[in-house]
Design a protein around this ligand. Structure first.
Ligand code: FMN
Length: 363
């Protein structure tokens, strides 16, 4: 039986427990100027509070590998020296509070250049700090502009941008890196036949549609130390195959199982099993709607898998691990509500809370 509060070792990295902070955009970086895309005092306080609250790993939000790879102009980025320097302060602060500092590297593709969600999520024009989004094919996400279809040279530039950002992430002190291939953003949009209708070697069958993801894994692995883990966030399904009224060809759990085999063979150490985001779809609301896919992938492939989605109860999180559905859990909204969720859960399930010495009087 695996406890939520048992360490997990990935390569040579020991992660102190299995309750991890899921990447969540905070839309709080400067959109212009010398500190564009760099973390601010807000990011420092936000992530350090969750680290001090006892999570084993903090995954810093989707961080654009290129300016046009940000979801919004207020996203973090990692293409400049200033961003690397400020992210270094953030990584050090997370580590000092006892959690493993990790960062999600991302390219938003055809869903880029939108407003903050609380201001409407609408597409931003060129006069509003926006830009023209890019994608595998000129097929728009509903409500957003038609993306520019990437050429093969531009695909190679994107792959190299992931590697360059990974190199900077390492220099900044991050100990794990996650490639974002979920939620309809660029890499996922190549995987799914709904958004990828290319006729060159980056489209067609699964091997073609997965090519950019596998090249990105290779490029990141080439600059990332052998002793440290690379994680891959995937959308396990587009939620189209599950809908009996929708017969379009889409990305499926079976495809994710195949991708997991290809990705782990190339050095990915953990699959972070999310879902959806590519098209508007009917998504079930049961508690295990998404975590059950993590279990399927884990059993089918033997890969190390993290579950995410609607995990907010310590007993349920424990059960996911004990039932072999996952090796670790990522929590999103529960940690927005309560930065100390992990320490409270440890007390609830008989694990060891990790209070900083400054908080010793809390116990
Ligand atoms: C405000 C917000 C921002 C998010 N930003 C990201 C992100 O940057 N990268 C990502 O992969 N997922 C992102 N997500 C998805 C979460 O990481 C998580 O997978 C999702 O919220 C489901 O988990 P939960 O039910 O524990 O919240 C975001 C979710 C929220 C609520």
């Amino acid at each position: 039986m695996t406890s939520l509060f048992a360490p997990l070792i990935l390569r040579e990295l020991q992660i102190p427990n299995r309750v991890w902070m899921s990447p969540m955009c905070t839309y709080s970086a400067e959109p212009t100027g010398p500190l564009t895309g760099a973390p601010t005092d807000f990011h420092l306080a936000h992530y350090t509070a969750r680290a001090a609250g006892g999570v084993g790993l903090v995954m810093v939000e989707a961080t654009g590998v290129r300016p046009e790879g940000r979801i919004s102009p207020w996203d973090l980025g990692l293409w400049s020296d200033a961003q690397e320097r400020e992210l270094g302060r953030l990584a050090a602060s997370i580590a000092a509070a006892g959690a493993v500092p990790a960062i999600q590297l991302a390219h938003a593709g055809r869903k880029a250049s939108v407003n903050k969600p609380w201001l409407g999520d609408n597409a931003l024009g060129l006069d509003e700090h926006g830009w023209t989004p890019v994608g595998p094919s000129p097929i728009a996400f509903p409500g957003l502009p038609v993306p520019h279809e990437l050429t093969r040279d531009e695909i190679a530039e994107v792959v190299q941008a992931f590697a360059a950002s990974a190199r900077r992430a390492l220099a900044a002190g991050f100990q794990a890196v996650e490639i974002h291939a979920a939620h309809g953003y660029l890499l996922h949009s190549f995987l799914s036949p709904l958004s990828n209708q290319r006729t060159d070697e980056y489209g067609g069958d699964l091997a073609g549609r997965a090519r950019i993801v596998l090249e990105t894994i290779d490029a990141v692995r080439a600059v990332w130390p052998d002793g440290l883990p690379v994680m891959l966030r995937v959308s396990t399904t587009d939620w189209v195959a599950e809908d009996p009224e929708d017969d379009r060809a889409a990305w499926t759990v079976e495809d994710t199982i195949e991708l997991t085999r290809l990705a782990t063979a190339r050095g990915v150490d953990l699959i972070d099993a999310s879902s959806g985001g590519l098209v508007r779809a009917r998504i079930p609301h049961d508690r295990d709607y998404q975590t059950r896919h993590a279990g399927r992938i884990r059993r089918a492939t033997g890969a190390t898998v993290a579950a995410v989605g609607r995990i907010d109860d310590p007993a349920w999180a424990t059960r996911l691990l004990e039932d072999g559905e996952a090796d670790a859990v990522f929590l999103g909204r529960a940690l927005l509500r309560d930065p100390s969720w992990a320490n409270a859960a440890a007390v609830a399930v008989g694990g060891k809370p990790r209070y900083l010495e400054q908080y010793a009087y809390a116990v």
